[in-house]
Design a protein around this ligand. Structure first.
Ligand SMILES: [Zn+2]
Length: 335
């Protein structure tokens, strides 16, 4: 593994390698970008590069020295990764880090702390971290990793160098999948690369998840059968049945979201380039003819809110009923 193996993040890596070459690394960073775009891998590569005993002229890690080896395997005493425990990063975790960070590196130049999913820090944990970020020891580097920057305390953000990790193009994801999986069919790689929505992490998950594609077919068949203005009497019985069978509701909602988003894109632009469900083009074109833009936007707006409702533990059956009503456009047909 080296910087070169990280797919589609040339800009982020350029910023980091430049600071290494000029010997101007910051004491704290925020790596921000969607899940599965290579933030943590980059943080580990960066840790290797700052500590490598035999770096190249371009300040890249040698991949061979003891320091590189230990950091690659994540058992270096000078690399600590802090992650949420039960969905949050607690003050005790940051207190422990503060205690440790006062001790000089065990054998490396720099001691690196990676705080993964930093948006999950409690307010107390954030305030505690702020004290370290204000006055970091000269040998320490703190890297916060997050998918959104808004939940991070502005006083922390203002003291960190921000490195953005963009979405990875489906072309690059496809290439990566084919390069690393000899038996993968091109067509399958194409579908996965589009469904992954810019995330290599999602693409790798989809590659291994056979159940996903079975579920997806089911959900898309169900959605294809729905048309605006046409609804049967037994819709609520159907929804009830679906609600009781659902195990992976977030995943199902994501499939629904991509479906209606695709229909809206085709309706508005006719451009296939950004279609996630690239194997269902015909059906998407068909639906784009019969759904009005108004209904599509309404459905997508509602799907955005659903995430929030689920966090607040709103009844799943109610959410799906309301969603179904939106999908058949009842509210518009009654106007
Ligand atoms: Zn090395």
């Amino acid at each position: 593994m080296s910087f070169n193996d990280i797919v589609g993040q040339e800009r982020a890596i350029k910023i980091l390698t430049k600071s290494l070459k000029e010997n101007k690394t910051s004491s704290s960073y925020i790596f921000v970008g969607n899940e599965g775009t290579g933030k943590k891998l980059t943080a580990i590569e960066f840790t290797k590069a700052v500590n490598c005993l035999n770096p190249s002229k371009n300040s890249e890690a040698c991949e061979d020295c003891q320091s590189c080896n230990e950091i690659s395997k994540q058992y270096s005493p000078d690399l600590k990764i802090i992650e949420p425990i039960k969905n949050s990063i607690k003050i005790e975790q940051i207190r422990e880090m503060r205690k440790e960070i006062g001790l000089k590196p065990f054998k490396n130049k720099k001691k690196v702390y990676i705080i993964d999913k930093a948006e999950k820090m409690t307010l107390e944990a954030s305030n505690c971290l702020l004290k370290t970020i204000e006055e970091p020891p000269y040998y320490a580097i703190i890297i916060l990793i997050c998918s959104k920057i808004d939940p991070i305390l502005p006083t922390i953000v203002s003291r960190c160098q921000i490195v953005n990790f963009g979405l990875i193009s489906s072309g690059k994801i496809k290439e990566f999948l084919l390069d690393n999986n000899d038996n993968l069919e091109k067509e399958k790689a194409e579908i996965i690369s589009k469904l992954a929505q810019g995330s290599i992490g999602s693409a790798l998950k989809l590659l291994l998840d056979k159940e996903y594609f079975i579920k997806r077919e089911e959900v898309l068949d169900y959605l294809s059968a729905i048309s605006p203005g046409k609804y049967s009497e037994d819709i609520f019985t159907k929804v009830e049945k679906t609600a009781s069978e659902i195990e992976r509701i977030e995943e199902m909602l994501e499939i629904i979201k991509l479906w209606y988003r695709d229909i809206l894109i085709i309706k508005n632009t006719g451009d296939q380039k950004y279609i996630a469900n690239c194997d269902k083009l015909e059906r998407i074109y068909e639906k784009s003819q019969i759904y009005s833009q108004e209904i599509l936007i309404d459905i997508l707006d509602y799907l955005e809110k659903v995430e929030e409702y689920l966090m607040k533990n709103v009844n799943t059956r109610l959410i799906l009923e309301r969603l179904y009503i939106k999908m058949v456009g009842v509210e518009y047909c009654l106007k």
